[in-house]
Design a protein around this ligand. Sequence first.
Ligand code: FAD
Length: 476
Amino acid sequence: GPIVVWLRNDLRLDDNPPLAAAAETGRPVVPLVVFDEESKDVRQLGGAHKWWFHHSLESLATSFRGKGSQLTLRRGEGAKIVPEVMEEVGADALVFNRRYDEGSRAVDDAVVEALGDDVAVTRYAGNLLHNPDEVETNSGGYYKVYTPFMKTVMKQKRRAPVDAPSGFKQPDSFPKSDKLEDWDLLPTKPDWSGGIRDFWTVGEKAAHDRFADFCDECLGGYDAGRDKPDKDATSRMSPHLRWGEISPIRLWHTANAYAERRKTIPSGDLESFLQELVWRDFNYNLLYNFGPMATKDFNSRFDDFPWKSSKKSLEAWQAGKTGYPIVDAGMRQLWETGWMHNRIRMVVGSFLTKDLLIDWREGERWFWDTLVDGDIASNTAQWQWIGGTGADAQPFFRIFNPITQSERFDKNGDYIRRFVPELKDLPTKVLHAPWDADEETLEKAGVKLGETYPKPIIDHKKARDRALGAYDEVKG
Ligand code: FAD
């Protein structure tokens, strides 16, 4: 009978172990995607996610057609839909890549349960460098700290990537499929997706093309380049990885092979890039071995932290109207492009949780809704890291100064000028803190604080003292 390949966060043909294994059997293959908004405890997609999901499915469907196959789309509760489709085509085998969050694992287990003993189910691991249960400490536990985790992973042997199947045998008939348009994944009124559309090319081919360009142009110099938000110096693989359009194993081997071929890539740059990929695995290690993380403070001491709720401040932060140019540039980059540079994610995260004393969960939720790469492990772990509540967290008292960060990492102000155009004519000297500029300078640049651009919604120095005071209450 046919084999159903249930695709989830792995919308690709290349290096997709269950798909390759299914094709290899020579039996008919039925690729299936389920849009599941019904399973309890599975986190619903955010707005920007849905935009990406739509285009990624479009691209994947085309790839399957090119191989003489057909992608089936179905909407509903995973544990009901998968067995239904299997019955429709008389399939007696199911394969998929493992998922790691509690809610999704429960769905996968429920499917296996519903299928009973007559169906062979095989779970693969295609979306991480290593399964989180395979990276152990010397004493057989799991890591809560990144550096020793990373050192262990760097020494570990990794599987080789598997190539895309050359073709698939067709079943007698494919199951009935929903029309992608009927899933209503794209925004209509208002359509906020224009900037995202201009910024990204979605899909497996785009991911491979972009990564090849990255290797040519930015891998050498990556270690210094990755901290420059005004340069296009990182891989921008994060949404492609989030949706599994490219696998981390493929990236790992491609980057290594590239550096091997071009002897000119400094080993520190290669290493620094590989270590970023390990961060992603580390966050999955936290989620799987110690989670859930989206709502619960990793460090329970913070359960009583006196977070402030201020709708007005939260909205100013979300809209990029805090009066701190570097923070506002970041928040507007996020809204416009569905992505934000890593350095600036830290700056805006620190500003929300420390300067505004707003609960990290609010930031996490906003990112989840607006990022195209919003990731169940990385978004939650990184928010807890910057908020000070996480496993291997930035200590709470280490508070980013939005002015010095800006001066240091956006030295010429190009990043601010791009995303906060109303400040673009200010001299760089005052761009990072326009409230310090004299009247004449502001006037010449057409800036009227409080009118064309907000005054700072909070004084950083006072906010810092307030945060440290709040921290004293839970420090224990
Ligand atoms: P590159 O510098 O090219 O790195 C290559 C890859 O390594 C990335 O695509 C990513 O998969 C991985 N990586 C790099 N840094 C990290 C990191 N700190 N943690 C985990 N993986 C990393 N990343 C997400 O993928 N999804 C998220 O939802 C997410 N939310 C974040 C929230 C906050 C508050 C912070 C501070 C960071 C968050 N990150 C998240 C991590 C990081 O900012 C992005 O992975 C990175 O900016 C993506 O850009 P890139 O692909 O060009 O990265």
